[in-house]
Design a protein around this ligand. Structure first.
Ligand SMILES: C[S@@+](CC[C@H](N)C(=O)[O-])C[C@H]1O[C@@H](n2cnc3c(N)ncnc32)[C@H](O)[C@@H]1O
Length: 317
């Protein structure tokens, strides 16, 4: 199936008002293309420390709307024109130019799956849950993963750095806290390595169904891995639910800018002697995180690297 794509050229300042006006006439699901720099909040949610070079912001935005082939695109275009003309009487919407085009049939949500193929982290096989395990791999540790719309296929260097540290420290007694659990991959690896129990937290509600599915795909008992949505850094309720002085290992694969405020808080969740494994740190920020870890009173045990990414492992003495 092909899609009819309606593109509007407008001013960035009126993106919200145009989107909400058009939603009232049934045109929903806007894709926004503009050159506005990302906010700090955007960066945290998108897990980017280094941004691609962006062209200068010219104040112009393009809104794309997709209509399936059966919808009456001409009738919709007439309605859009009328709404834009009415809006123009109150605000400067910019050129308001409307372009109609057709796009390939695409499964937007699942398109990325073609890039996720099975691979190894040392002796562990990480395999998309829709792929078959080969006969020769049947005796390995196998992690089946479908991250859905959450983060965590295992392909990212930072996830692999954390997996290697978990392999060193997980025991059959391990109570694990996985801050920024995403797909749940790190908790699942730890549980497969023999950990007793895991608690995952994330800000992203998409992590909940992803963790559920991945627990099932890996035959993790329901009670072995609990999941909470919320910000442990400043939400006392989440801190209380997660519990204090309880964890043998805390793993946090999150950006350096999040690790810095997280570290002094998470100290309270760790047992004495507990291990803190961090990654998500771009090499420029290694020193910042090492300093934050030391300032919180933890002893840095190891700093490991893969590509331009860094992992810092420390102990609460
Ligand atoms: C790089 S992903 C890591 C996912 C997975 N643990 C892995 O290693 O592949 C970082 C995750 O941290 C989450 N996150 C960011 N800030 C957070 C916070 N303050 N508390 C909990 N989760 C957070 C993001 O939503 C995202 O799912």
């Amino acid at each position: 199936m092909k899609w009819n794509k309606i593109t509007l050229e407008i001013r960035e300042e009126v993106e919200d008002i145009v989107i909400s006006t058009l939603a009232d006439i049934g045109l929903e699901g806007a894709e926004i293309q503009d050159k506005q720099p990302l906010s700090e909040q955007d960066k945290k949610q998108m897990f980017v420390d280094i941004l691609p070079d962006m062209p200068e912001d010219d104040g112009v935005a393009y809104l794309n709307f997709y209509l399936d082939e059966d919808e009456d695109v001409n009738a919709m275009l007439e309605k859009v024109k009328a709404e834009l003309e009415e809006l123009r009487m109150f605000v400067d919407i910019g050129s308001g130019m409307i372009t109609l085009s057709q796009t390939e049939d695409k499964d937007w949500i699942n398109n990325w799956k073609q890039y996720f193929k099975q691979f190894y982290v040392d002796d562990i096989l990480i395999i998309p849950s829709w792929e078959e395990v080969k006969e020769e791999d049947k005796d390995r540790m196998i992690i089946h993963i479908d991250p859905g719309t959450a983060f965590g296929t295992g392909m990212h260097e930072t996830t692999q750095l954390c997996i290697r540290q978990l392999k060193k420290y997980v025991t059959s007694e391990t109570e694990l806290l996985d801050v920024g659990t995403g797909s749940g991959i790190l908790s699942i690896v730890a549980l497969k390595l023999g950990a007793k129990h895991a608690v995952g937290t994330d800000l992203d509600p998409c992590a909940v169904p992803a963790v559920e599915e991945n627990k099932e795909a890996n035959e993790i008992p329901v009670e072995a891995f609990d999941m909470m949505i919320g910000n442990i850094i400043d939400d006392k309720e989440v801190q209380d639910k997660v519990g204090y002085e309880k964890y043998d290992i805390v793993v946090a694969n999150i950006l350096a800018d999040v690790l810095v405020p997280l570290t002094p808080v998470i100290l309270n969740q760790m047992k004495k002697g507990g291990i803190y494994i961090t990654s998500g740190i771009i090499d420029d920020k290694e020193e910042t995180v090492v300093n934050a870890v030391k300032a919180a009173g933890l002893e840095v045990l190891e700093v490991t690297h893969q590509g331009e990414w860094v992992s810092v492992t420390a102990r609460k003495n």
